[in-house]
Write a protein that binds this ligand. Structure first.
Ligand code: UDP
Length: 416
């Protein structure tokens, strides 16, 4: 467990289960960096837990998106509660009476009752959800978390409908945001981009392994080829298999890059390794001439800033960025792509349609609709004017609504 920052004043302490590889880690990294730079007291505690805890919380994550088996709620209850009880014991000496806690996602929600009993204000920031969940799944989830939800002062969420049916005293709408000055988004010139891509290995003639990560490919990404990346964790809900399934029918000039964090490093996501292996099997099954246009990348995040710069470079090298998620709480990768003035083809699911208005600042397709996805990507690959128009509108929408200053102000309201 990492330690909260020291200092005087009322501290806002964020608690989650991973310091890398996903949207929550991205947000907390940026928020706590900003707080430090303006002398605000804040802290970020990353909970360490045994693997079976993460197997349970991954099951919860899927249930929040309407997938998986509710049996995890009964079978996993004991490990979930026991581990968080142990975590709360360790937190006893770290948390002060005048601290404010923000618990992120279901992984840490189970700390709410302990915090409330200590008289510490506690908020739950829920980054995930769906409006399509079967009623029996949401009922079972809200039942499982009933005491925890009653203990929180408020839930923070992007889409209040994600919490439909839950008994929570207050729901505040807080949208995620990106930091334009963070390594993930700082401007990079063409030479920087080429250099970072070279360190990843996308210009190599074969698969590579290096400090930047692992690349599986039959050949390089040609300098002048249109590049179509999807950046996401190796998760069944990210639609990676849907992207790889249709590569053969995408414009034959386009090179598809699927990049995600090295799953061996993302400890709270136990499915990552299997999902990456599934993607590799799909890659190997492609006909040779199609396989040559596909590049799978597992990026190391041992050095968080370098990882971010490499993702930044991949996004900037892109001509069209795709996000074929089956479900998506918000989709920071979409925000990051739009901020870089890239045209995005993404699915109309979860938080994505909040960001993209179809044909105004990107293209939306239904999850699982291969035809629409192929037509949309191919249209953008061939139409430079449309790419530029959608990209410009995309950048300006992110600048209006999804920059970090706004999120910092939202969190500051909790300190009042
Ligand atoms: N990401 C990263 N390194 C990687 C792959 C992904 O930092 O190697 C980041 C990505 O840039 C984005 C976040 O992980 O900021 C993913 O957030 P998103 O909301 O898209 O999805 P989540 O993983 O939270 O479901």
């Amino acid at each position: 467990m990492s330690k909260p920052g020291e200092g005087v004043g009322r501290r806002l302490i964020h608690i989650n289960t991973s310091d890398r590889g996903g949207g929550v880690a991205e947000i907390l990294n940026n928020v706590t960096r900003h707080d430090e730079s303006r002398d605000f007291q804040s802290g970020w505690i990353v909970v360490d837990a045994p693997d079976d805890f993460y197997t349970v919380t991954k099951g919860l994550h899927h249930l929040f998106h309407g997938y998986g088996d509710t049996a995890v709620l009964s079978e996993g209850a004991r490990i979930y509660r026991d581990v968080l009880h142990e975590v709360s014991r360790l937190l006893e000496s770290e948390i002060r009476q005048d601290d404010i806690l923000v618990l992120h996602d279901p992984q840490t929600l189970g700390l709410a009752v302990w915090a409330a009993q200590r008289g510490v204000p506690v908020y739950w920031h829920c980054h995930i959800g769906t409006i399509r969940s079967p009623a029996h799944v949401t009922d079972a989830l809200w039942d499982f978390f009933a005491h925890d939800l009653r203990a929180v002062d408020a839930a923070l969420v992007t889409e209040p409908r994600f919490l439909q049916g839950a008994q929570i005293s207050r729901v505040l709408i807080v949208h995620p945001a990106i930091d334009p000055d963070a390594p993930k988004n700082v401007p990079l010139d063409t030479a920087d981009v080429a250099e970072y891509l070279q360190t990843i290995g996308t210009n190599a003639t074969t698969s590579t392994v290096g400090p930047a990560g692992r690349v599986w490919q039959d050949g390089p990404v040609p300098v002048d080829a249109p590049v179509v990346p999807q950046v996401s964790r190796w998760d069944p809900l990210k639609g990676i298999r849907d992207v790889l399934r249709v590569v053969e029918r995408l414009d034959s000039r386009a090179h598809v890059v699927v990049a995600g964090p090295d799953p061996a490093e993302v400890l709270d996501d136990p499915e990552g390794v299997d999902q990456l292996n599934e993607a590799l099997q799909q890659l190997r099954a492609l006909p040779a001439q199609v396989r040559g246009r596909v590049h799978l990348i597992a990026l190391s995040a041992q050095d968080r800033d370098l990882n971010a710069l490499r993702v930044n470079a991949l996004q900037r090298r892109a001509d069209v960025i795709v996000q074929r998620s089956v479900e998506e709480g918000f989709g920071l990768t979409v925000t990051e792509a739009m901020f870089k003035a890239k045209p995005v083809v993404a699915t109309r699911t979860g938080g994505i349609p909040r960001q993209i208005e179809d044909r105004f600042n990107g293209l939306l397709v239904e999850p699982g609709d291969d035809e629409a996805f192929i037509v949309a990507v191919n249209e953008l690959v061939t139409d430079a004017k449309l790419r530029a128009e959608l990209g410009a509108a995309a950048e300006s929408s992110v600048r209006k609504g999804y920059l970090i200053d706004r999120l910092i102000r939202d969190y500051d309201l909790l300190r009042k």
